[in-house]
Design a protein around this ligand. Structure first.
Ligand SMILES: Cc1cc2nc3c(=O)[nH]c(=O)nc-3n(C[C@H](O)[C@H](O)[C@H](O)COP(=O)(O)OP(=O)(O)OC[C@H]3O[C@@H](n4cnc5c(N)ncnc54)[C@H](O)[C@@H]3O)c2cc1C
Length: 502
């Protein structure tokens, strides 16, 4: 009997803990009065639609107490002012919902401010800038701008959301030419912690703009971005799939270390076959219809198993993946690490991939290898061309420079379907980055001893990072950015919200 009572008490407390607090429900009510018709509760159609529109479907389980979908900046300001009155209420800000980290653009039992209805893109021909609201996806934006023969530095996969991508940095096919997506932001229209609407401009607030470029959601809610526009015509690009391990990694090594043409870009992804062997899926991109011979180095000598490269509109290239996150029904996680290019160690990528195969093989065997978590590893060149273009536009919070030796960003994507695998899937990725971190000093030292110029500043890339990774702490100007954040958020209001903290 005692144990039944105990169980009942435990269940009851679990229910109590899981329910929204009275204060949260009061905040929802106050917001509902301030923005009538735009706040929704579980059971309402718009709530269900917004709450199911996550790339990581596991985030839908968090269930906010209410979801508010403002359409105007003053409404966002009003919501922020109301949340200031409820100091214990958790909240989160969501644009596209593609960040797979729990609690970033999702919140359990709190208030979700969803910017999905704040959409719109406009090209200002006279000023050569684009005004962009945070809702929507890259495919639509790129297609719309293409009508005017222009584009902005944006997502490589059209289904990805805009607001988070821009606030957290943004790596693009155009980054070697123009820098990261956030480097193109010349003005932020942002609702600050006290509810005021600020226009944070590169001319008048240079330091704050640099801190915000890639700084995440801790400075305010951006409701409009002003971004530099660039001409775009047809491009050469698409996917090639390779199977030859050593020659493909050799081509990757040369491209990371020796990219000369800023119009070229690749994303190199390895997909381990659970039954053995790997496929190498490489996205090629060239801003122009014909890359000069040699642009992609040793890749040009490889014979792909499948070749889908062609001349096509830029909007078609970014729309290779489905145009909506709705319908993706997998649980997902990202984890990332920024690594130096080691000229004398061309086998490093293969070593990393082999270690990865060992980690997963030791955990997943038999049927589980096919039905359990699946993973891909992307090796993304992150070279001095990006640093040079970034510096020329005033720089961003990652603080990369044209004089830095080449780097690459490793991104592990985990996909799985069963909730019980949450910890395990994230654990495999953690095991790999921990192993790399352990050997990093040694392999870098060996390479330096052989005369390689090795990057020793290795900031994490926020858009690809796992929540527990200390992204902001890896920035060389962390202390300066922390002060900038405190300057616009003295009470620590945004600390209650979502993403990577200062
Ligand atoms: C399939 C896929 C492909 C990807 N490809 C790329 C790529 O090529 N390059 C790249 O750089 N990244 C890429 N990413 C990562 C992607 O950029 C991030 O997931 C990004 O956060 C997505 O933007 P979002 O609007 O969907 O973010 P959300 O999930 O809505 O938000 C992410 C974070 O940003 C904050 N935030 C969102 N909007 C605002 C705003 N308006 N003001 C203040 N804070 C805000 C949120 O609070 C949250 O902390 C990819 C992701 C996926 C799933």
């Amino acid at each position: 009997m005692r144990s039944v009572t105990l169980l009942a008490l435990q269940l009851w407390s679990a229910v109590v803990v899981a329910a929204p607090t009275p204060s949260t429900l009061d905040a929802c009510k106050a917001i509902q009065s301030a923005v009538p018709g735009k706040l929704f509760y579980p059971g309402d159609g718009p709530y269900k639609q917004e709450n199911s529109d996550y790339y990581n479907i596991g985030l839908s389980e968090l269930m906010p107490a209410c979801i508010v979908r403002p359409t105007l900046t003053p409404e966002v300001a009003e919501i922020v002012k109301i949340l200031n009155k409820f100091a214990d209420v958790k909240f989160a800000v969501k644009s596209g919902g593609h960040d797979p980290n729990a609690g970033h653009s999702s919140v359990r039992d709190g208030v979700l401010i969803a910017l999905s209805q704040m959409k719109g893109v406009e090209y200002d021909k006279a000023k050569k800038v684009v005004y962009l609201k945070p809702g929507g996806q890259w495919s639509g934006v790129i297609k719309e701008l293409e009508k005017d023969g222009v584009t902005i530095v944006g997502g490589r996969i059209g289904a990805v959301g805009l607001g988070g991508y821009l606030m957290q940095g943004g790596l693009s096919y155009l980054s070697s030419q123009y820098g990261m997506a956030a480097d193109q932001i010349v003005e932020y229209e942002t609702v600050l912690a006290n509810g005021t609407i600020a226009h944070i401009n590169q001319q008048t607030n240079k330091d704050l703009v640099v801190a915000m470029r890639g700084g995440g959601d801790q400075f305010g809610i951006t409701t409009k971005f002003t971004l530099t526009a660039y001409p775009i015509g047809k491009i050469w690009g698409g996917i090639r799939i390779f199977t030859q391990r050593d020659p493909t990694f050799a081509a990757l090594h040369d491209f990371i270390g020796g990219q000369k043409d800023p119009k070229a870009a690749i994303i190199f992804t390895t997909m381990s076959n659970p039954l053995g062997g790997s496929l190498f899926l490489v996205f090629f991109f060239y801003d122009g219809e014909k890359p000069p011979a040699g642009t992609f180095g040793k890749f040009e000598q490889l014979r792909p198993l499948i070749d889908m490269v062609k001349v096509q509109p830029y909007s078609d290239m970014v729309s290779l993946a489905p145009s909506s996150s709705t319908g993706v029904t997998m649980r997902t996680a990202f984890r990332s690490i920024t690594l130096p290019y080691l000229a004398s160690r061309p086998g490093w990528y293969s070593e990393i991939e082999a270690k990865w195969a060992n980690i997963t093989k030791s955990k997943l065997s038999g049927l589980a290898a096919l039905t359990g978590p699946q993973h891909t590893i992307a090796f993304q060149p992150f070279g001095p061309l990006i640093g040079r273009a970034s510096e020329a536009r005033g720089g961003n919070s990652m603080g990369i420079k044209g004089s830095d030796p080449p780097r690459f960003i490793l991104e592990i994507t985990s996909l799985w379907s069963d909730k019980k695998d949450d910890e395990a899937a994230q654990g495999y990725a953690r095991a790999l980055t921990e192993w790399i971190e352990q050997q990093l000093k040694e392999v870098s030292g060996q390479a330096s001893a052989k005369g390689d110029k090795v990057a020793d500043y290795l900031p994490y890339f926020m858009n690809d990072a796992f929540a527990e990774q200390n992204v902001t702490g890896s920035y060389r100007d962390y202390e300066r950015f922390k002060r900038a954040k405190a300057g616009v958020d003295p009470s620590g209001f945004w600390t209650r919200a979502g993403g990577f903290k200062y």
